[in-house]
Design a binder for this molecule. Sequence first.
Ligand SMILES: [Zn+2]
Length: 156
Amino acid sequence: MKDWSSGRLKSFITSTIRSGFRRYPTKYEALKEARRGKKLNPKSGREAMHYECASCHNEFTQTNIQVDHISPVVDPLIGFVSWDEFITRLFCSRENLQVLCSDCHLKKTKAERLSAKLHKMQKGIIPVRNSQKSKKGTLGLNEDNALLKIIQGKQK
Ligand SMILES: [Zn+2]
């Protein structure tokens, strides 16, 4: 094995364990319960199984949905605790799983990621960058400025 940093090894282990979730029987239960029957898919012109999104309640084909952990595998406000905790939260009970469409899932993960970042900035774990100090026009910068406003707003 190459000389991996501990961060790289950790992310390798994380993704390896996460990939096992695809075959998790409880995940299939959640999918099965979200089924709303076969309907015509206007894109393909064929009948396809549709699933209801737990957030927007619209119906989507399987390629446009994800099984989501309601309480995220890694709590954004706590961060990684231990492999025991990670595995227990990943392979959770049916109650903590929901079917979301890709859009709703993206919004939720983005909100979780932002709240994790905000939390780290407030704790001083990562630096707060602002537009004067960083390169202009990067996506991460806009995000940092938005977070900065939230932090400043809370400190007033
Ligand atoms: Zn949705």
